[in-house]
Design a protein around this ligand. Sequence first.
Ligand code: ATP
Length: 632
Amino acid sequence: MNVTQSWQQFVLNRETRVNVRKEILDSWQRCRQLGISHELDQVASHISSDEFIKRREKNEVLLAAAVPVMEELYNHLKGGGYLLLLADADGYLIEMMADAKAQQICDRGGISPGARWMEDNVGSTGLSIALRTRTAMATSATEHFCTAFRIWDCSACPIYVDGEFMGVFDVCRVGPGNDIRELFTLAVSGARAVAERLRYERNRIREEILSEILLHSWDINLQSTGILSFDKWGKIIHKNKLASEFIHLLQQENQRLNPSSQTKEHHVIYQMKSHSEETAEIFLQGQRYLLESKQLTKQDQNLATVVLVTPETQKKITYPVAKPSQEEQSEVHAAFKTKNPLFKKTLHVAAKAARSQACILIQGESGTGKDFMARAIHRESSRRSKPFIALNCASLPKELIASELFGYAPGAFTGAKQQGNPGKIEAANGGTLFLDEIADMPLELQAVFLRALEEKQITRVGSTTPIPVDVRFVAASHKDLWLLVEKGEFRQDLFYRLNVFTVHIPPLRERPEDLELLINQMLSASCEQAWRNIITFTPEAMELFLHYAWPGNLRELRNVIERITYLHEQDQFDARHVQEFLDFGETAKIKMSERERIELALKIANGNRVQAARQLNISRSALYRKLEKYSM
Ligand SMILES: Nc1ncnc2c1ncn2[C@@H]1O[C@H](COP(=O)(O)OP(=O)(O)OP(=O)(O)O)[C@@H](O)[C@H]1O
């Protein structure tokens, strides 16, 4: 007896024991108990458009993850009579894609977004069974209970993220004659891709919240405060260990007070997450806890409601945020002295970020001090006593980066050491790995590196044994990574992962107020090292240095100062000496008007117009004309 005959016996003759697989028979029996008519030829359970909009808003993260996956699949399949469906965790269709052929049939059967797709609305289908049993389910058209769906073969797979059921991804095709295994593979791989994207997004949001918490001037001690974050729908998006312990205590309390209650959430949590800027106290197992809820916003967008939980005794310990001494003690502030307000802010973020465990991306032109900053960040972090390892991705042939980074197993390739070799990540264990010129990491390797970042483990080249690692990554690039992402030359997911904090170091020309101090500091350090009297600049010489554009940034400044230290014999350095060390040719034009360049040339030539004209590469008469023009 085939499935169609079994179905006829079941629905027409009302037999109970028919020859179909157990999952289908169970579902048919539930349909019978629910009084579903097998003659149903139209889906009749749509929510209103207002409700539909609300439901999509509620599932915006799921949709953002699923729609690109559906679109990609749809582009591959269109024209073949395929229908792709996405149901949320409550069984409502929140997205659907169908080609013209499939759409016609959908229209006849009332299959459209907003339909509720549970067994009590649509009978047995792959999707409704998957929604009920929360396992993947493939069904052929003849296994479907209601007439409306007995044309579709259907395959559905639940989407789970960290154990949480998010919805179901479904692939259908007009039957008969489909290869059900193919539909099944499509549904499972689609659901997996959506889950992967959701997991990634969740981690990103989690890290964003953490970094925002760090940046907000909240008076909290991260070590002893429970932190619970909720999205705008009241769903927990992040909790630290202390918060998990606190919730567990609350659940125990709930059970004790009201053993028959099904509600797991304690009313105090409900109250805190629903109202920002609220405070509460609760006494649990001999300890009083103070709760505060805060609204976390970023660029005027609500990011999360954060509930801070502090055991009372610890609340008394306060940590003033902007302790002046903290700045003085900060390695980052000590390494980069600045009067530039914007750069000051950057340093403040860098110092705070340094004390977190998050990845940091340092951006800045060549020679601005990215390596210097990475080292300061390491010294500022709790990892300061552990190794700081640097790897410059641009300095290695592309084929070698993987083995440098991950190490290799014995005999992994010709020329490999017999006993294998640990890579830089392993060498940095417990400490910091600085990846300079990250933009030069080959695309294929970026995916492997991202996985290592997420899973906190690496596998040496040529080995299959994963090795757990605990490393803080700081990456740097002089290229605009976002531009590379847009051009498809750098992975977007890796960019987001590295970019939890971005520290942008401005070029010297954008922080002119710092130049004098830097010059004096470098001069005295360099002279001290060379065992000579400290050289002093005359105001004119200093002015010329301040006018220079410094295209090579701090590196160039350091080199010039060192050359002066070793080559300039007098203790005073005046304007006449400047031209020996600085090239005011092309580079200086960036910063100077014509008048300023003439002034400069005259200063360098100590007022000698013939020399000044030579310096400017113009004739003497041309110089005279210009002097007249500028009334000089
Ligand atoms: N804050 C600073 N104070 C003094 N010297 C500095 C500072 N930052 C960097 N330098 C000096 O400037 C030079 C260049 O610094 P660094 O190598 O960190 O720059 P970078 O941005 O990493 O350069 P690249 O992009 O070329 O790798 C080094 O000699 C360093 O000692």
